[in-house]
Each structure stands twice: as structure tokens, then as C-alpha cells.
Ligand binder design. Sequence first.
Ligand SMILES: Nc1nc2c(c(=O)[nH]1)N=C([C@H](O)[C@H](O)COP(=O)(O)OP(=O)(O)OP(=O)(O)O)CN2
Length: 154
Amino acid sequence: MKPFADAAEHTPFAADSRPRVAVFRKEHFNAAHRLNNPNWSDEKNERVYGKCNNYNYHGHNYDLILQVTGPVDPETGYVIDMKVLSDISKTFVLDRFDHKNLNLDTEEFKDLNPSAENIAIVIYQILREQLDPSLDLKIRLYETERNFVEYPAA
Ligand SMILES: Nc1nc2c(c(=O)[nH]1)N=C([C@H](O)[C@H](O)COP(=O)(O)OP(=O)(O)OP(=O)(O)O)CN2
């Protein structure tokens, strides 16, 4: 099989003819949070968020799946070096959020509800700045085994 057969027929700048592949990196972090809207009454917060509004912050074992999609570099065979992706996620996401109380210990969630949706958006924004603009990024965040979100949505 010759994945670069088409590319070879074009100039080295014919990037569009390079095959695009999605690369995945799974990360994990633990964090505590509480869902609460300060503009609502205690009753409404309790009704909307249930046990997630409990004054005792509770923790989740978050699984984070980073999906980076882009053209395969014919020289390296890589879309992105997964070691580099791992280092970026450790430095900019895990070191920031792992073993933290998201509401109390992080700037990002001081005034933003740390729902799975908002955490995924924040992580996306943080990582987006660190990646080559030619690469697409998608975040999948598991808050529990059965509850997970994706950003951007398909
Ligand atoms: N749209 C959202 N809904 C909910 C969120 C959220 O972030 N976005 N978060 C929660 C809770 O924090 C948590 O995810 C729910 O925990 P739990 O009910 O224990 O979920 P489990 O999967 O462990 O248990 P099930 O009994 O299978 O639901 C709630 N909603």
C-alpha cells in the first residue's frame, strides 16, 4: 500500500493530498467539584443539580481523550508525536486540574460551573493554543463511566 502515492505526484506543498488520520491520547485526572448557580435560590440549585449541588464537594475520576486529526507527515509518519501530545496535556491540563478542587483551586472555574461540558470546553481552549493550527482537536471527557461529553460536537 502506498499512502503517499498521490502526494508524490504533486509538489511538496500539495499538503491537501496527504492522508489525514485521527490520533488519540487517553489521559486521566481526579478532581473535586460542586455544581451551583449563584444566581439561583438554594431550592432551585438543589432541584436542577441534585446531589451534584451538595455543599460537600465531591470528586470524579475523569478520563480525558484527546483526538488530534491532521495530515500524516511523509517524513516522520506522524500527525503529531504522541509523546509531545502527552507532554502538552500534562503541562497544561493535568498539572492544572489533577487533584484540585475545580471551584476553589482553579481560576478557570471560579465563576464558571465545572460541568462536564464546561470542563471540556476549557480543556479544548487550553490545548488549542498549544497545537499547530493545521491540526483539528476534539475533546472527549468522561465524568463517570456512563456520563461523557464531546467538544466540539460532531
Ligand atoms: N449535562 C450534564 N449533566 C450532568 C452533569 C454534567 O456535568 N453535565 N454532571 C452530573 C454529575 O456531576 C455526575 O456526572 C453524575 O453522577 P452520577 O449520577 O453518580 O452518575 P453515574 O454515571 O455514576 O451513575 P448513574 O446512576 O449511571 O447515572 C449530573 N448531570
